[in-house]
Design a protein around this ligand. Structure first.
Ligand code: NAP
Length: 306
């Protein structure tokens, strides 16, 4: 596993992080085995949200941690707040404070390394967000802060009120779901890929040294699930297979290597619950795709180069 220093922090983080959104149906022992495997592969970064499994994901993780307190110092724990499922997004001071306090209890930890605002709240008052974050940082409950699914404008506005830098923007990105990249490649053309969905967030984050964490790095669409071995993505799987054979890794590792090859130094969040899949994915860290291979994968997913 390779590591890098998260910008604006003293945290040395693994290139690949484990997302814990899908662990709610697992037995505690299985969660323990998954975390143990991740740590043994060198993965030291774990992503949560208060809403994953309605709190069950943090709860199971916390129970595993309580059985292995020695793990806490080896890991960086990130969680998110701000979504009240199917009702509203809520960045009020009161809601942020109560979410983080509940997450601390469920995770059974004294502090959370990084807290992200999960999705932009249309009614966000940045002054309230700043009050909540300042309090949590002053109390030693949170070390660093960031956002998820936020535009450059939203980040600028928030940042202008905050004492501490926003260090992360977690965004959906995979070879197939590559809107953050497509609109730049096809700027000002009539193709649908030219439609600007990203608000230039990729370049903005690079400029501001905000680390991008691609979420769902193996997913095509919500309906289709993963593009790995998916017959709708035959051409892509052919190229993944060719490169997997060249680099002696699995196809999923090549899909993660595609994200790692981007010069923005992104930190993909993989969401597998399978020990075998995790082991295969971790191998991405040893693959550096050539420029041509990166473009071969991009084209094989159906995109165009004008
Ligand atoms: N910020 C946000 O708005 C947001 C939204 C969604 C997710 N996230 C974060 O991103 C993380 C990752 O999202 P995700 O779970 O959708 O990511 P993912 O890694 O793209 O997808 C994982 C899913 O793909 C399956 N899969 C199929 N073939 C696989 C293969 N060969 N190797 C590995 N997995 C394979 C996994 O099944 P198995 O379990 O059987 O391997 C699992 O169900 C989440 O855990 C969460 O932390 C953030």
């Amino acid at each position: 596993m390779k590591y890098f220093e998260l910008q604006h922090t003293d945290l040395n983080v693994s290139q690949i992080a484990l997302g814990c959104m899908r662990i709610s149906e697992m037995q505690l022992e299985e969660v323990e085995t998954l975390i143990e495997k991740a740590l043994s592969l060198g993965i030291n970064f774990f992503d949560h949200a208060d809403i994953y499994g309605n709190g069950k994901c943090e709860e199971l993780f916390g129970q595993a941690l309580a059985k292995h307190p020695e793990w806490r110092d080896q890991m960086i724990i990130q969680t998110k707040c701000g979504i009240v499922r199917k009702q509203r997004y809520d960045f009020s001071k009161e809601h942020i404070l109560s979410c983080v306090n509940e997450s601390l209890k469920r995770l059974q930890v004294d502090y959370i390394d990084i807290v992200l605002l999960h999705r932009p709240d249309a009614l966000c008052d940045p002054e309230e967000v700043a009050q909540a974050f300042n309090q949590l940082i002053d109390e030693g409950k949170v070390r660093y802060i960031g956002v998820s699914n936020h535009t450059p404008g939203e980040i600028e506005l928030l940042q202008s009120y905050l004492a501490d830098p926003l260090i992360i923007n977690q965004l959906q990105l995979s070879i197939v779901h590559s809107y953050l990249i497509d609109s730049s490649i096809t700027l000002n053309m009539s193709t649908p890929y030219s439609i600007e969905r990203s608000a230039g967030v990729l370049d903005y984050c690079r400029l501001k040294k905000i680390t991008i964490q691609p979420w769902s790095p193996l997913q095509a669409t919500r309906e289709e699930g993963s593009f790995i071995d998916n017959p709708h993505y035959e051409e892509l799987n052919k190229v993944l297979d060719r490169l997997a054979k060249k680099y002696l890794v699995n196809k999923s590792a090549i899909a993660i290597a595609w994200l790692l090859r981007h010069p923005a130094h992104m930190q993909p969040i993989v969401g597998t619950t399978s020990i075998q899949h995790l082991q295969e994915l971790a191998e991405a860290s040893k693959v550096t795709l050539t420029r041509q291979e990166w473009y071969d994968l991009y084209l094989a997913s159906g995109k165009i180069l004008p």
